[in-house]
Design a protein around this ligand. Structure first.
Ligand code: IPE
Ligand code: IPE
Ligand code: MG
Length: 255
């Protein structure tokens, strides 16, 4: 996406220049969307994949640097086997179908979470798509899969402990960047905006460390209905917030 095209989109949608660098989305409400239509829950997940397509493309076009999608939580393993299996198949299908499109849009794929817990065939597909998009310089699409922010923090602490044991890190020097550097999101920009769909107002173990000063946006819209206009509205809302970061100055948009 050239800068000119980006400028055009920004003016078309009446946005300001300050686009969030990193957006995290808790994509919730697929089941309820299907239930409202008297369809099986899996129909909601299928429709949700369409929203993913739209949102990934638009984020890329707007110049968002990173988009982290909460696609499957560690706690989601508690769901009935049939639903879990369907979600795994859907993920594989999405990766296969979207690879070309991701490359065309210059999107780099990354995953966070306990990927080793996913079925082998899904791991292979993820590995392949990650490799095939590694050179892309546009949007970084981060899929949070089998993800738990608490587990991510525990893993970081264990790695830090190992460094201290080895003598390559001194415990007294541990500070915020140290912790950040050992998280799975280490190389990503600050999370500016967290969106949760479906009207639930909780973070359900998503990016707990990273959301310290993120703006939170909750919408009753169910994920399969969250499309272009909804994303634009959330960015407009973000651009109206006063971010103070504990100080007294109002900082609009990104810092
Ligand atoms: C979000 O939709 C998708 C996943 C968590 C995998 P849900 O499946 O949680 O939908 P609701 O919350 O039951 O409506
Ligand atoms: C959060 O949604 C996880 C994902 C969107 C992947 P859930 O539907 O699992 O969250 P809770 O159980 O309502 O908190
Ligand atoms: Mg849910």
């Amino acid at each position: 996406m050239t800068n000119k095209k980006r400028e055009k989109l920004i003016s078309k949608y009446q946005l300001q220049e300050q686009i969030p660098r990193h957006i995290g989305i808790i994509m919730d409400g697929n089941g309820r969307w299907a239930q409202n239509k008297h369809l099986p829950r899996i129909a909601g997940h299928r429709a949700g994949a369409e929203s993913v397509r739209t949102i990934v493309r638009l984020c890329g076009e707007l110049g968002v640097q990173a988009l982290t999608l909460y696609a499957f939580s560690m706690e989601n393993w508690r769901r009935p086997n049939q639903e879990v299996q369907f979600l795994m198949r859907l993920l594989k299908k999405y990766l296969r179908q979207e690879l070309k499109e991701l490359n065309r849009n210059n999107v780099r794929l990354k995953t966070i979470g306990k990927i080793q817990l996913l079925p082998n065939s899904v791991q292979q597909e993820l590995h392949y798509a990650t490799q095939q998009t590694a050179h892309n310089k546009g949007l970084t699409l981060v899929l949070a899969l089998s993800y738990s922010a608490r587990v991510d923090l525990i893993d970081a602490f264990k790695k830090i402990e190992a460094e201290v044991q080895k003598g390559t890190l001194r415990a007294e020097t541990i500070n915020e960047p140290t912790i950040q550097n050992f998280l799975s999101t280490a190389e990503l920009p600050e999370v500016d905006l967290i969106i949760r769909t479906s009207g639930e107002m909780r973070v359900s173990n998503f990016l707990l460390w990273e959301l310290a000063y993120a703006e939170l946006y909750f919408t009753p819209t169910l994920w399969p209905d969250f499309r272009e206009q909804e994303l634009i509205q959330s960015i407009q809302a973000f651009q109206c917030r006063n971010r103070r970061f504990g100080g007294l100055k109002n900082v609009r948009g990104v810092q």
